[in-house]
Design a protein around this ligand. Structure first.
Ligand code: FAD
Length: 458
């Protein structure tokens, strides 16, 4: 389609290095002024760092921490392989993070590559290839979270992290005097509750992040959040080599609130979903499953998106965006991924940001724990939110303005109509929405980078 819009007919353990640590049953008075001292090791319940959750953010954090020689214990409540509600779509940004971790991503390994994004809106269809850049690969991927997360957890294990499945973290263990987290309580499957201790605890437990909430870190009302549902359908469109995004959804000639996606999984099914942002008036009073059904009822019959072809139930979850939970470090607890509300507000992509924040967190923690004194460690850890703000703050600020604007249906309609008939503008929009630019790229890269720098990073 060469980037030209076309009219639609229908509106449509590992090794855990063994070192000699002094055993501390309780945080000492001195330690309670800052991070706990090095903990007992070898012991299954002690480590330098405990990571709660082995989703993309937790496994990536653990991988980089273990690579740096730290003893890392990852506690994951489920057992792999396990389902996670997601669109399963990976942009070149996410591909880059996988490549950096040495995850094998060949098509022989079961990954489906895509060339770009097909955008459908205002009665038009536009295929936009991923931009040609030096900083990111020119392709995206699709893989079901059923085993995507397992692969990342295996990479963390290969690097030396102890990833323990079937252990549900039930709460923080806090130092009586300072309130600082010095470990967690957790219940292994079928076992008794235990205490696990570490110098630092990382919350990688996803959107609801019970651990953060227990430490007083709740979601922010002034930041965007989305809710989306998805299901898998057997379909001849399963091997689509473009991710497909629907900017407007139609029920006959009535426009429905929200946006949708159709991602071919390459395994005989398509992952189809739709979502709404909390800036939309319909956010709190929409039956998402019924909406999905009505939207799919208007699709061409040969695509096969019917109840009979649905594989498994329709499931939904929230997408916390643009630093939805802050601060990302307090009282010995450091947040990564969805726990820190780090989904891109422009496009709902969260895996790349979960993994990138994991890598950033590991870098900060490695330096922090190398300080010989607790005060130095604490100072470096307190710098983590600033490092995140430098990396994403300006971009997320633009994203917040964007979601506010598209919350107004008439503005969204106007923007879709005007942009869809201008492929050059849509190519610019793709770079902006997917956060894909080179530092010294072409004029559009430089414009996006300048906008990001000028926006207030909070
Ligand atoms: C419908 C939907 C569609 C989406 N589509 C896409 C997409 O196409 N592409 C994309 O990039 N992003 C997408 N996202 C966002 C993406 O799924 C998240 O951003 C991403 O999963 C965040 O990773 P995470 O590791 O921070 O958290 P999670 O993936 O949520 O992982 C958290 C882990 O912590 C574990 N855990 C939780 N509580 C405990 C506990 N108490 N004890 C021990 N373990 C615990 C969980 O079992 C889980 O394994 C979508 C989200 C939704 C809801």
């Amino acid at each position: 389609m060469g980037g030209q819009p076309t009219q639609l007919s229908q509106q449509p353990q590992g090794k855990g290095r063994v070192r000699n640590y002094p055993v501390t049953e309780q945080a000492s008075p001195q330690a309670s002024a800052g991070p706990a001292p090095a903990t007992a090791r070898g012991a299954a319940t002690e480590a330098d760092v405990i990571v709660v959750g082995a989703g993309p953010s937790g496994s990536t954090t653990a991988y980089y921490l273990a690579q740096a020689g730290l003893d890392v214990l990852v506690l994951e409540k489920s057992r792999f392989p396990r389902e996670k509600v997601c669109g399963d779509g990976l942009t070149p940004r996410a591909v880059k993070t996988l490549v950096a971790m040495g995850v094998p991503i060949s098509e022989d390994d079961g990954w489906l590559r895509n060339k770009g994004l097909r955008v459908i809106g205002a009665g038009m269809r536009l295929e936009l290839d991923w931009p040609e850049l030096t900083s990111y690969p020119g392709y995206g991927l699709v893989r079901t979270r059923m085993d995507f997360d397992q692969r990342l957890a295996e990479r963390a294990r290969e690097a030396g992290a102890r990833v323990i499945e079937g252990v549900n973290v039930t709460g923080p263990v806090r130092d009586d005097r300072t309130g600082r987290i010095v470990g967690v309580t957790a219940r292994p499957e079928g076992g008794e509750q235990q205490v696990y201790r570490a110098r630092l605890v990382i919350a990688a437990d996803g959107n609801s992040s019970r651990l953060s909430v227990a430490m007083g870190l709740t979601k922010r009302d002034d930041r965007p959040i989305g809710v989306a549902v998805r299901a898998y359908y057997t379909s001849p469109r399963h091997d689509d080599d473009y991710l497909e995004s629907w900017l407007d959804l139609w029920d006959g000639d009535r426009q429905l609130p929200g946006y949708g996606w159709i991602f071919g999984m390459g395994d005989g099914t398509s992952n189809i979903g739709l979502g709404l942002l909390n800036t939309s008036g319909a956010f709190g009073n929409t039956d998402y499953r019924a909406l999905l059904k009505r939207w799919l009822a208007g699709m061409p019959g040969e695509w096969g998106f019917t109840d009979e072809n649905r594989v498994g139930p329709v499931r939904g979850a929230a997408l916390p965006m643009a630093f939805n939970r802050t601060p990302a470090y307090a009282d010995g607890l450091l947040l990564v991924g969805d726990a820190a509300g780090m989904i891109n507000p422009f496009n709902g992509e969260g895996i790349a940001y979960a993994m990138e924040s994991g890598e950033i967190a590991a870098r900060v923690v490695t330096q922090a724990l190398a300080w010989p004194d607790a005060a130095g460690t604490e100072r470096v850890l307190h710098g983590y939110p600033r490092v995140l703000a430098d990396a994403y703050g300006g971009y997320y600020a633009l994203g917040r303005a964007f979601v506010k604007a598209i919350g107004r249906p008439e503005l969204m309609r106007f923007a879709t109509r005007h942009a869809m008939s201008r492929p050059a503008l849509m190519r610019f929009a793709l770079k902006l929405l997917a956060n894909l630019t080179d530092p010294r790229g072409d004029a559009s890269d430089r414009l996006i980078n300048a906008m990001t720098k000028l926006a207030p990073a909070r």
